[in-house]
Design a protein around this ligand. Structure first.
Ligand code: PLP
Length: 472
């Protein structure tokens, strides 16, 4: 049922462009597999189309969509059109400038629609890292300036609360603010049972000088979805009590980099003041945006860059029109097809986990399944327990699979286990062996069959090596 919705609603050009995607699949098979959703059938070589059999040996299957995604074909078209037709300075009032301004306005409206916000709530940035930094530096400066504060609070540094599994673009600016003594920061540990940051733990960490809470909407390694909506409701009632004591109200930020395009995100419903948008995680270009709820009234924002008056001076600099147009197109696709994207990814990811379980049994551990916790529909974090190998070693034995052992920005971590997995309660042995498989809009069940065979033969090679070396 869901996959047929997928087939009906998938833009035709997405199917046409399937061969150029990292995870190439036969469009006819996307349909075949859609009809099989929910059932685990034994895959066979015969079930492959001739084109797939032919290319089998050199076929690469990309399962690292949490690291980045390719551009949707419609996005390439929007960027190309803007490069050709909208090269003028958007601040100029002749035709080329007006065309550029019009594209930027359309993109802003599309991004707002994707989030259930208003166009004036959106400020374009270079990416997620900048959007996150903007929120923290702005909050610290605003808090230091704010008048009419309670005397004890006026003497203290701003306090920011976050979790201990955030992306580096959140954790590192906060550590920097802490080490330069411009802010106090509390890193609330996530529960090792649920993998989530618990609302009660955040509330317990509040101080009179707390000005901001920043909790990601979904984790990039485990896919765990954090209780941001519940948190905003609790913070709203806490802020009301604080107002009567002259304490600052608490602003809420969420980094939605991993959630957008995978699950429905409604910023108003979430009740956040700020939300980070990252284009290259949802088939858009490598720029981003920040959503600010009722900018200047409900949610303060101070620029971290100073220059021309673009983006109402909140983020000056001549606008990157082609990339903004592409981001707007990527957002439009999400608004139109998010439900179909989600159900397709969920069906393929669940099939992947069923096949892994059927082939490996208790020799593997799923690291992103936490009881009662929702997770992204595309993420499977898995470790090979026997033979006990590093995730990197397992991947290196695979001929077709392109995946990673965790966040791309930690690729220099060597063989040490992911702190996110350890913090989430994954045993060290399993964390060392973890591989993150994240499926995309066009990953098919045939891709999964090939990958599971690939992982199996990789594990066999490692098992034989272990036996030879007398480790068993
Ligand atoms: N936040 C999360 C959760 C991410 O996964 C990423 C990228 O990996 C970012 C923020 C930062 O995005 P960028 O590197 O594009 O600035």
């Amino acid at each position: 049922m869901l996959p047929s919705l997928w087939c009906e609603t998938l833009p035709l050009s997405s199917l046409r462009s399937a061969k150029s995607r990292p995870s190439s699949c036969c469009p006819a098979h996307t349909q075949d597999m859609a009809q099989n959703a929910g059932t685990v059938t034994e895959p066979s070589e015969e079930s492959q189309c001739p084109e797939e059999r032919e290319n089998h040996s050199e076929r690469q299957i990309y399962l690292d969509y949490n690291a980045t995604t390719p551009l949707a074909e419609e996005v390439v078209e929007a960027v190309t059109e803007a490069l050709r037709e909208a090269w003028g300075n958007p601040s100029s009032c002749y035709t080329a400038g007006c065309k550029a301004k019009q594209l930027i306005d359309t993109a802003r409206a599309n991004i707002a629609r994707m989030l259930g916000g208003k166009p004036e709530d959106i400020i374009f940035t270079s990416g997620g890292t900048e959007a996150n930094n903007m929120v923290f530096f702005s909050a610290v400066e605003y808090f230091s300036r704010a008048d009419g504060k309670n005397r004890a609070v006026a003497r203290s540094r701003p306090h920011i609360i976050t979790s201990n599994v955030e992306h580096d673009s959140v954790a590192l600016p906060l550590l920097h603010l802490q080490s330069t003594q411009r802010a106090e920061v509390t890193f609330v540990p996530v529960s090792t049972v649920t993998g989530r940051v618990e609302v009660d733990d955040v509330i317990a960490a509040l101080r009179p000088n707390t000005c901001l809470v920043s909790i990601m909407l979904a984790n990039n390694e485990t896919g765990v979805i954090m209780p941001v909506c519940e948190l905003s409701q609790r913070l709203a009632s806490v802020s009301q009590d604080r107002a009567s004591q002259g304490l600052p109200s608490i602003l809420l930020h969420t980094d939605a980099a991993q959630a957008l395009g995978k699950v429905e995100v409604d910023a108003e419903e979430l009740g956040v003041n700020y939300l980070t948008i990252v284009g290259h995680k949802f088939y858009g270009p490598r720029i981003g945006a920040l959503y600010i709820r009722d900018l200047g009234h409900l949610s303060p924002l101070l620029p971290i860059l100073h220059g021309g008056g673009q983006e109402r001076s909140f983020r000056p600099g001549t606008e990157n029109t082609p990339m903004i147009a592409g981001l707007g197109k990527a957002a439009e696709l999400v608004s139109l097809h998010c439900a179909a994207y989600e159900s397709h990814m969920r069906s393929v990811r669940d099939y992947l986990e069923q096949r892994l379980k059927a082939v490996f049994g208790d020799r593997i551990r799923f690291n992103s399944r936490f009881p009662g916790t929702e997770r992204l529909p595309n993420t499977c974090n898995v470790s090979l327990l026997r033979p006990s190998v590093l995730g990197r070693e397992w991947l290196s034995q695979c001929c077709h699979l392109q995946a990673s052992v965790g966040a791309a920005c930690h690729s220099d971590r060597g063989d040490s286990p992911s702190p996110v997995l350890l913090s989430s309660g994954v045993p060290p042995e399993a964390a060392r062996g973890a591989v993150r498989l994240s499926v995309g809009r066009e990953t098919s069940r045939h891709d999964v069959d090939l990958i599971v065979r690939d992982l199996k033969q990789g594990a066999e090679k490692l098992g034989a090596k272990e036996t030879r070396e007398g480790n068993v």
